[in-house]
Design a protein around this ligand. Structure first.
Ligand code: ATP
Ligand code: BTN
Length: 329
């Protein structure tokens, strides 16, 4: 990333006009250098208006990530986390997977202002834009083996829904196994996703890299690249959400719920999870990897995180690796 791009964005983050000349003066460089840095920032997906005679301006104010503000927002559990704020990385999950092998500490959280190769589940892409998304990964170590972590992704989804609902996003729900969704005009929109990657033996100990992407704004260009309706938190409240505060609240809730999960597994979360499931007792379609579609009614989840669907052939348990769940209205 151009080393001036972020400092310039920090100045422009107020959403007001700043002339090229004033910026050049402030950073001790030429106006051409400012122009180039702005142009590079635009390639990260940030819209910057350039108006002759007035200067540069963002379409609306944005809040950038700040280490101190995030730690403050975590509150009493702040000491449990080791926080790393990156301007840019290919993928926070890839980064933490690599660092985890080298023994990086339990509770390390890597948050990036921008990801250039964000990963979704099953090798898919996760799209994000600077100032338009919250993208972070958390390393959590467990004494049990990977086999004991099958319910983890559901617990993470529930923790996020709890954090968001406590921040007044009362309409957010879960879509099995771990999408965060919101119902808008009768249609579920994807607000966030979770990608968990595991390391370690089946018998233990193990480490989970818990990757979370939450949309703040999904604009038309981004929506066109996403196969399903999506939405951002800014669009839900029509006001600016402070990503530092949002991350702090998510980590706070994750710390509490991950500790409970370590000790007791998924069972204590099951009832709360079902209460937040968008498709609980609803007709669903299960899109299998081989292209087949199974229909039925989503009736329950099991302690291993699998979804129980009542089908014409009886109850079937589906495991998250293989499938995509869709409503069947
Ligand atoms: P499910 O999670 O139910 O299997 P899914 O269709 O959400 O189904 P994933 O396997 O999780 O699919 O893959 C990630 C999906 O998320 C891709 O379909 C991709 O188009 C979509 N996607 C990528 N970036 C975003 C984003 N910022 N917001 C919403 N969706 C996104
Ligand atoms: C999905 O719904 O498919 C999961 C998306 C997970 C995206 C997050 S963004 C932070 C972390 N880093 C990644 O590369 N992916 C996860």
């Amino acid at each position: 990333m151009n080393k001036l791009a972020l400092p310039i964005l920090a100045v422009l983050s107020d959403g007001k006009f700043h002339s090229g000349e004033a910026l050049a003066q402030q950073f001790g460089v030429t106006r051409a250098t400012i122009f180039n840095a702005v142009r590079e920032a635009q390639t990260y997906g940030v819209t910057i208006f350039s108006v002759h005679g007035r200067g540069y301006r963002l379409p609306h104010p944005i809040k950038l990530l700040d280490q101190t503000e995030i730690m403050q927002a975590i509150g009493e559990h702040a000491a449990w986390f080791h926080l790393l704020v990156l301007a840019q990385v290919d993928s926070t999950n890839r980064y933490l997977m690599q660092e985890s092998v080298r023994g990086i500490a339990h509770g390390t959280c890597v948050v990036a202002m921008m990801q250039t190769a964000g990963r979704g589940r099953r090798g898919r892409q996760w799209l994000s834009k600077l100032g338009g998304s919250l993208t972070f990964s958390l390393l959590w170590r467990f004494s049990c083996g990977a086999a004991g972590l099958t319910g983890l992704s559901l617990v993470v989804g529930l923790a996020l829904v709890r954090a968001l609902q406590a921040m007044d996003f009362v309409a957010v729900k879960l879509k099995w196994p771990n999408d965060i969704v919101v119902l808008i005009h009768g249609q579920w929109h994807k607000l966030g996703g979770i990608l968990i990657e595991l390391q370690g033996d089946m018998e233990g100990p193990s480490a989970a890299v818990i990757g979370i992407g939450l949309n703040l704004t999904v604009d038309d260009t981004m929506q066109q690249q996403i196969a399903q309706p999506s939405i951002g938190l800014h669009q839900l409240l029509s006001q600016l959400i402070d990503p530092n505060h949002l991350l702090g609240r998510c980590l706070q809730q994750l710390a509490v719920d991950l500790n409970t999960f370590s000790e007791f597994g998924f069972e204590p979360f099951k009832a709360a999870w079902l209460a937040q499931h968008a498709y609980q007792q609803q007709a669903v379609q299960i899109h299998l990897n081989n292209g087949n579609i199974q229909t039925g009614k989503a009736v329950d989840v099991q302690t291993d995180g699998s979804l129980l669907v009542e089908t014409a052939e009886g109850l079937i348990a589906f495991h998250s690796g293989e499938i995509s769940l869709r409503g069947a209205a």
